[in-house]
Design a protein around this ligand. Sequence first.
Ligand SMILES: Nc1nc2c(c(=O)[nH]1)N[C@H]1C(S)=C(S)[C@@H](COP(=O)(O)O)O[C@H]1N2
Ligand SMILES: [Mo]
Length: 551
Amino acid sequence: MTDDVKKTRHSRDRLRSAAGAVAGAVAGFAALAAAESASVAVRPQAGPVVAVGGAVIDRTPTAVKEWAIRNFGTDDKLVLRIGILVVLALCAAVLGMAALRFPRTAAAGAVAFGAVGAVVALGRPAGDSPSDALPSLVGGIVGAAVLLLLAGRLATRAPAPGAPEHAEAGEDTGGANGAERAPSEAGARWDRRGFVLAASAVAAASAGAGALGRALSAASGSGAVASRDRLALPVPASPAPPVPAGTALRVPGVTPFVTPNASFYRVDTALVVPKVDVATWRLRLHGKGVRRPVTLSFDDLLRRPAVERDITLTCVSNEVGGPYAGNARWLGVFLKDLLAECGVEPPSRGGPADQLVARSVDGMTIGTPVEEVMDGRDALLAFGMNGEPLPFAHGFPVRMVVPGLYGFVSACKWIEDIELTTFGSYDPYWVERGWARRAPVRTQSRIDTPKPFARPAAGTVMVAGVAWAQHRGIDRVELRVDDGPWRTARLAAEDSRDTWRQWSIPWQATRGSHTLTVRATDRTGRVQTEKRTRPRPDGASGRHSVVVTVD
Ligand SMILES: Nc1nc2c(c(=O)[nH]1)N[C@H]1C(S)=C(S)[C@@H](COP(=O)(O)O)O[C@H]1N2
Ligand SMILES: [Mo]
């Protein structure tokens, strides 16, 4: 054999391996399109990407989760999805190359992948219906079929005696439905044109199925969407006290006093936002010391006096100076009244339950101290947010909001169950992952303007931001420039002790680089600590600093 012929064969083999990888990728794409379309018929959460993604989220070590939130912020879910797709594509390519030699084994591998997805989907919260296994199984089978089909196009056949060695295209190689084939033999040929045609056809069909699936899934939540559109919010029997004049300072760049729904931060573990139809929604209240357990419909809630309150919500994962805080006008009903009607007593009056565990339709569990919920603060079962029904992303139709507690111990979205229990006998989701059982909001203050590394001109620079210490209230905010003295900022009027306060202070900026540091004092007289801690387990502490260069 001449060197030239060897080289030709070698490159032909390489081309065939590459085609194998492409076959795998196409099969993977087809599998995914089939599975995701099938999930429309079952439920969106049963799709393999969402199911596996959810399982990954639940099993990710907290340190990695914190790192992801720090680096990707609310894009973390997108990054996770892309990561899953990349891993899937790599595995598919490997299966495709394996299919060159062992088509049936590779096809079995594809089915096994589907089976793994099915098991994961069944293990997801609310994945108790066997139909949740369907999308992944369909995907696995479609993937296997496509793999066999394309491997057939790639199968080689020894040249007929006397046939020209380099004839490659235009022959029918007969498919891979025969025995496992031998590897590329000397002078072996494969059906290049047939492969390209088949692969393109499958890819096009998958893209079509994927697009159709997307369109259908957009339509599938339409019952819930319509129920939200139809919802007329009740007029509050107890309206929010009028917001005093002067809660909003006129300083460009300061965080607005009320956070519009569209820009309200979102933190949750849901890869697909649950879309619950109000008509079928129920809330069950039961457990230790509940003398009269109830199951309420949305209409039952509407029959109770509606309460409207301004409450600032903050996330325990927020780093010092971070964005996970928002202030909204919530509309709902008092949770304490409902509990009292069901015969619940707080622990201070002898009630046997000290923890209230809220469960959501997506299986989240959030534990809140019964004492705090019943101590007179405005703990709400909320259905309205800034004058509209809760947005789906923020918990439609009903969520909890408790002033003074971080969201992970109080603000269950898409709530469907409340169980009275004890801290000793049950650890909810975040506690199992190393977060605190009890977590009152820490006093925090943030510099919104100037931004880090801004280059303001020398002269008067307005420094401004917000400070919060929900349910205690903010009494003072001070700013320090470099190592200078603390100077008291002007505080905007207080709406309530459950809301944040804007602050501002003019600074005579001189040329050069300067560090601005802020600290707040709450109504108990405690100055925000300078001790820096990470968010875990019960909220970041420390003071926010911003470095600017004055030109
Ligand atoms: N069902 C459900 N509720 C949830 C969560 C979640 O992951 N799932 N996250 C909690 C956390 S950590 C916070 S800070 C708040 C955030 O509420 P938001 O997304 O409306 O701002 O929701 C809480 N309620
Ligand atoms: Mo949170």
